[in-house]
Design a protein around this ligand. Structure first.
Ligand SMILES: Cc1ncc(COP(=O)(O)O)c(C=O)c1O
Length: 387
């Protein structure tokens, strides 16, 4: 059986060797602590679970959902966007549910790219921004996110030939994996770029509700002109501990949303109505929960950054996300450092190279580990790698 050539174009899984070493360590009886995956370790809010319980008990939620989404869901997203971001959205035309940001980002490639078209993808970045275009026969062109530029892409460096072929641009702030928040002026520049080059700007807002030190993350759609050129993908996964629920929304440009909806009617049958109602309740009443989770991650961030500094790592504490992004010490590349950390301390960190060529030279730590395990991991880093 031969997989499609499209599938074969996806680059090899960079965690493969690390995973083999983790398995070997475990076999030796080492209590491995993984700081690799960004998946909140505490439950969803009680109000979310209760809303689901109520909605699931109503037989009216048991049939096929509509790909347009329930009015209650779309209205809750609109009310949330108005209250939280000062952005007005028409629930009838500018909001559609998505089965998580991952599904949405992937399917946008199918909806907007023909073979040979280009999608501009931040590098380092969430792997679907580059894998998605490859899977639909298009070409991802990376926009380097460099530390010295605050992890903002340099849009002026994108050459004319690429601009002509580009149809999509992916941005994501607060950013995975770098933890950067949006640099001043970038969203405005992206609107100008989208207008000038007929490119749909897709802002992945998966981490806007997880921020620290009083920082409040904006919506891309609050930028003047953004709705003319772009959409935003808002996910409940990370901010509300709902990764298992597959609940997100695509909002913004009505024509783009219509195209996404049309595509989706050919692919799936929408989000379980009861999940839509639970997500609506969460958006209406979940602000305090998201703030509490942010304070948990802020405390964990400080714990990890203090430990990294103590072992000589030059880390900048992020203002958002559930990740710490730090340079690997001299003498290592990202894979060899991840292996070294595992070998010396039994702690797993993600090699930066797994997020694209410009992630090389960095490693990522996820803060979604119970406090006592994180404290233990930090102790091990200090004692086995320090001094
Ligand atoms: C930037 C980014 N976008 C999207 C996702 C996936 O989100 P969802 O659970 O909504 O599919 C992730 C998950 O790690 C992410 O980091």
């Amino acid at each position: 059986m031969k997989p499609s050539s499209r599938l074969e174009r996806i680059p090899p899984y960079l965690f493969a060797e690390l995973e083999r070493k983790i398995a070997a360590k475990k076999e030796q009886g080492v209590d491995v602590i993984s700081l690799g995956i960004g998946d909140p370790d505490t439950p969803s809010a009680d109000l979310t679970v209760e809303a689901l319980r109520r909605a699931a008990a109503d037989p009216g939620t048991h049939q096929y959902p509509s790909n347009r989404g329930r009015p209650e869901f779309r209205e809750a997203v609109a009310a949330f966007y108005q209250r939280r971001f000062g952005v007005s959205l028409d629930p009838a035309t500018e909001i559609v549910p998505a089965l998580g940001a991952k599904e949405c980002v992937f399917n946008l490639n199918l909806a907007f790219l023909d073979v040979g078209d280009v999608a501009l993808a931040a590098d380092p970045g969430y792997p679907v921004y580059t894998g998605g275009p490859l899977l639909v026969g298009a070409e991802p062109v990376v926009m380097p996110l460099l530390r010295e530029r605050g992890f903002a892409p340099d849009l002026t460096a994108i050459d004319g030939g690429v601009r002509e072929r580009a149809r999509l641009m992916y941005l994501n702030y607060p950013n995975n994996p770098t933890g950067a928040v949006v640099p001043d002026g970038l969203f405005e520049e992206a609107v100008g770029f989208g207008e000038a080059n007929d490119v749909l700007v897709v802002h992945d807002a998966s981490y806007t509700e997880t921020t620290f030190d009083g920082y409040v993350a904006p919506s891309f759609l609050a930028t003047p002109g953004a709705k003319d050129v772009g959409v935003e993908v808002f996910s409940l996964s990370k901010g509300y501990n709902m990764t298992g629920w597959r609940a997100a929304a695509i909002v913004g440009n009505a024509d783009a949303i219509e195209a996404y909806w049309r595509l989706k009617t050919n692919i799936d049958s929408g989000m379980f109505d009861a999940v839509q109602l639970a997500a609506a309740a969460t958006l209406a009443e979940g602000d305090d929960f998201a703030r509490e989770m942010s304070s948990v991650y802020q405390r964990r961030r400080d714990l990890v950054c203090d430990a990294l500094r103590a072992i000589g790592v030059d880390v900048t504490p992020p203002k958002g996300t559930i990740y710490i992004w730090a340079p690997v010490p001299e003498g290592h590349d990202s894979a060899s450092y991840a292996e070294h950390v595992l070998e010396e301390s039994g702690v797993v960190v993600s090699p930066g190279g797994a997020y694209g060529p410009n992630g090389e030279g960095f490693f990522r730590i996820s803060l979604t580990v119970p406090d006592e395990r994180l404290t233990e991991a930090v102790e091990r880093l200090r004692s086995s790698l320090g001094g």
